[in-house]
Design a protein around this ligand. Structure first.
Ligand SMILES: *[C@@H]1O[C@H](CO)[C@@H](O)[C@H](O)[C@H]1NC(C)=O
Ligand SMILES: *[C@@H]1O[C@H](CO)[C@@H](O)[C@H](O)[C@H]1NC(C)=O
Ligand SMILES: *[C@@H]1O[C@H](CO)[C@@H](O)[C@H](O)[C@H]1NC(C)=O
Ligand SMILES: *[C@@H]1O[C@H](CO)[C@@H](O)[C@H](O)[C@H]1NC(C)=O
Length: 346
């Protein structure tokens, strides 16, 4: 009985706080407090809204609870999970005492750029992973810590990235920007020495971004509006292995003659474009996707300019279905050149 009375008193004392919650949330709030009472011995600093299990003393779990605000993050916390809530605004200072944070997980919230403090993340010198996908951001948050390795901004409403947005982020390895409304990114990626994966699928790009980092290994640009490729775009990216350009507006005219003549490329996806010809590709290429174009001719010289015992294509996967080709268009010499291809779909 005294427990119930205690809970009621605590609940009343908390009215101001409770008003931010909808009708039934007071119940889960009280339950949270009940749990807190029993957990207090373990972690006195854990906010009521969250769980701080003693088995993971540096983690704080606050996901899936209809939160509208970020709770206080104690300074010993390294991993904070705030995904699947209704957080739309976060003021500067909220994370200022939590300088040990390594991961901040905020995906699936309602974050708006105008409601995020300009220096919200700036003091988090140990931050490595910032997950902000599925929010309503229109800009890359300013003053991001240079320590970030994994930055996810996919499924937002970002239309521009001013150069300097990622300045000094020399440890950034993976940048996810897919499903935004980006038209132009200018030189935003310059100097990202460690960047290996850049995902910009489902945007409104009309050309390949300028100044892509030299260490890039995977470039995803499907579902954009790219019509042409710059001539030396791949030669300046000596580590690039995977290039995906499916569902763009590429035509033969937009492809400089030897744009794919680069020995490092392993996979090239050009499916669902407007190509009439098979472009010349380097012998080292292993996977080539050309389905759903307008190709009428099978040009063996696109894969092998000469064929002999030692010199042939490393191609394994070749897709040509959804074009204007049939099996009889493939010459018999193709079997020598494309000797690692198990079957060609036409
Ligand atoms: C940060 O910690 C200091 C000292 O522990 C405290 O006075 C201050 O209120 C804290 N700031 C926030 C935003 O919680
Ligand atoms: C990048 O990572 C290295 C090695 O982990 C670390 O020493 C360095 O401080 C990091 N750089 C920044 C800007 O945080
Ligand atoms: C491909 O590049 C090599 C040098 O890297 C060159 O010798 C060759 O002629 C080029 N082939 C085509 C078709 O551009
Ligand atoms: C294979 O053919 C290419 C292009 O004709 C040539 O540059 C290369 O030297 C040849 N390699 C060998 C091992 O014959």
């Amino acid at each position: 009985m005294w427990i119930i009375a205690f809970l009621l008193i605590m609940g009343l004392g908390d009215l101001g706080f409770g008003q931010r919650y909808s009708q039934f949330q007071w119940l889960s709030h009280l339950r949270g407090r009940h749990r807190y009472v029993s957990w207090r011995a373990e972690d006195a600093e854990c906010p009521l809204e969250c769980d701080c299990p003693s088995a993971y003393p540096t983690a704080m779990y606050c996901h899936d609870r209809n939160l509208q605000h970020v709770p206080y993050v104690p300074s010993h916390i390294k991993y904070v999970y705030l995904q699947h809530n209704q957080i739309s605004s976060i003021q500067d200072g909220v994370f200022d005492n939590a300088t040990n944070l390594v991961w901040v997980v905020l995906f699936n919230n309602q974050l708006e750029s105008d409601k995020i403090g300009k220096n919200l993340f700036s003091k988090l010198r140990n931050l490595e992973r910032l997950l902000l996908e599925h929010n309503q951001l229109t800009r890359v948050p300013p003053n991001l810590p240079q320590s970030i390795r994994d930055l996810r901004l996919a499924h937002n409403r970002i239309s521009k990235i001013p150069s300097g947005s990622f300045e000094g982020m020399t440890n950034l390895t993976s940048l996810q920007l897919q499903a935004n409304v980006l038209e132009d990114v200018r030189g935003a990626f310059k100097g990202l020495k460690s960047l290996t994966v850049l995902d910009m699928r489902k945007n409104k790009l009309k050309k390949i971004p300028n100044s892509l980092p030299e260490g890039l290994q995977q470039l995803y640009l499907e579902f954009n509006e790219i019509e042409s490729l710059p001539a030396r775009f791949l030669t300046v990216l000596p580590k690039l292995q995977f290039v995906r350009l499916a569902h763009n507006k590429l035509s033969d005219r937009g492809l400089p003659a030897d744009v794919f003549n680069t020995s490092t490329l392993v996979e090239l996806d050009l499916s669902f474009n407007k190509l009439d010809k098979i472009p010349f590709v380097h012998r080292n290429l292993e996977n080539l996707y050309l389905q759903a174009n307008r190709i009428k001719e099978f040009s063996l010289s696109s894969f092998c300019s000469t064929v002999d015992m030692t010199n042939f294509s490393k191609m394994r996967m070749l897709r040509l279905d959804g074009n204007q080709l049939s099996a009889k268009d493939i010459p018999s010499e193709a079997a020598y050149c494309l000797r690692h291809v198990a079957s060609v779909d036409v």
